[in-house]
Ligand binder design. Structure first.
Ligand code: NAI
Ligand code: MG
Length: 396
């Protein structure tokens, strides 16, 4: 196979160390690639007023595949205060570079697999009949629409005339908000387009078909959010009927789904949802399989894709003399990248190595030992980030 070029986007905080260790694992597993580093994150905000420089976008445009660590985001005022003095007051406004990447390249399909590793002490357990302890095996993949809906950014406080007058054409607005002073109104929209909705639904069904899941569950709220959730449900039924008659379509409401989450998580296969509900339900399932040290994800567009762990930059752990964070979420995200570029055998090998390490239980990072994150966890027997990567490599 020709040598691949991957854009590595370490970002900041623990993003840097988990990505470095992941690249080491990829090499040891036989993935032959060249890495070009893309600048992204806090440093570039502070020094250039842009956490996602144009040159980074160019790199991704050229090479198509990105492997992303994590970035630090801070609220508006804090961000402005940390801008380097010569850039202050020049109108730079901070916005999250990962959200920026998703929007810029239209990475509209987000996949977040949540699969139980046998022997993980962080696995969810529940009480069964006669006081027995059950450890349900979770194997769920959440498909989350990544660019529209509540995270689409179309929102106003104190809306202008055009927006306000538009809202006043809706009878429910007139009935419920007519008497609210305009400057006391905040409006965030939830816009779904047919094309993007179709794409996320098809991606979910396609994944179910390819990997043998028996059901796709739409997790929205069509009985209340009638237009957007309603459209998605209607389209899901049409697509299922016409293209995937062998896969069952289930429909759950997001609130009920969060309750079913701990009652019967083993019953679900592929789940599909809009942006916000997909975010919520995927964090919920991630909690059942070990949390942030294990949660991986892919952001995929028609041409470009970026793979990243769900966790952030965890700044308080970033400058430990020996890094303590769990690299598995990042390594598992890299496995999703390998699947995406049809290096399935290498992905399989790495996943098997992780599964063996977790099941053996000899090498565990602090989170797996239920410790509070502190530099002294290493003395207390927790594996460092490097040691976990070494253990995976040794299994390969
Ligand atoms: P976080 O995910 O960085 O960390 C929360 C806590 O989770 C940590 O304190 C740690 O206890 C645990 N944790 C995270 N990753 C872990 C790992 N690999 N192994 C073991 N434990 C791990 O979220 P937080 O603290 O809310 O945000 C920190 C910064 O990261 C913020 O600036 C936030 O905006 C940013 N962020 C960036 C994301 C991204 O790059 N996609 C996503 C989420 C947050
Ligand atoms: Mg989230």
């Amino acid at each position: 196979m020709a040598k691949r070029t991957i854009v590595s986007l370490p970002g900041d905080g623990i993003g840097r160390v988990v990505l470095e260790e992941t690249i080491r694992v990829l090499g040891a597993a036989g993935f032959d690639a060249e890495y070009v580093e893309g600048d992204i994150g806090w440093e570039f905000w502070c020094n250039e007023g842009n956490p996602l420089p144009e040159r980074t976008l160019k790199l991704l445009e050229t090479h198509k595949i990105g492997l992303f660590g994590a970035i630090t985001s801070k609220p508006k005022d804090d961000a402005a205060a940390e801008l380097s003095p010569e850039l202050q007051g020049k109108g730079f406004v901070y916005s999250s570079p990962i959200v920026g990447l998703r929007q810029h390249f239209n990475l509209d399909i987000c996949a977040r697999p949540c699969k139980t590793y046998k022997g993980n002490p962080l696995n969810f357990i529940r009480r069964g009949k006669d006081n027995t302890i059950e450890e349900p095996e979770v194997d769920v993949v959440i498909f989350r629409q990544n660019t529209e809906g509540l995270y689409g950014g179309v929102e106003w406080t104190n809306p202008n005339d055009e927006v306000y007058n538009g809202l006043m054409t809706h009878p429910k607005f007139v009935k419920n908000f007519r008497n609210v002073p305009r400057e006391e109104l905040s409006v965030s929209t939830r816009i779904f387009s047919k094309k993007a909705t179709q794409r996320i639904l098809r991606a979910a069904f396609e994944h179910a078909k390819k990997y043998g899941y028996k059901s796709v569950t739409l997790c929205e709220k069509p009985n209340v959010i009638r237009e957007t959730s309603g459209m998605m449900f209607k389209m899901a039924k049409e697509i299922q009927k016409a293209e995937y008659p062998d896969i069952e379509l289930w429909n759950t409401n997001i609130d009920a789904q969060m309750m079913w989450l701990t009652k019967n998580p083993e019953n679900y296969g592929v789940i599909v949802a809009g942006n916000m509900f997909g975010d919520i339900v995927s964090d919920g399932f991630a909690g059942l399989i070990g949390g942030l040290g294990f949660a991986c994800s892919a952001n995929m567009g028609e041409e470009i894709a970026v793979f990243e762990p769900t966790h952030g930059s965890a700044p308080k752990y970033a400058n430990y003399p020996v890094s303590i964070v769990n690299p598995i979420a990042m390594v598992a995200s890299a496995c999703m990248m390998l699947d995406f570029i049809n290096e399935n055998e290498i992905a399989k090998k790495i996943r098997k190595a992780i599964a063996e390490i977790v099941e053996e239980g000899k090498v565990r990072t602090y989170d797996m030992m239920k410790m509070t994150g502190n530099p002294d966890v290493i003395e207390k027997g927790a594996a460092s980030t490097q040691q976990m990567a070494d253990a995976i490599i040794a299994k390969l």
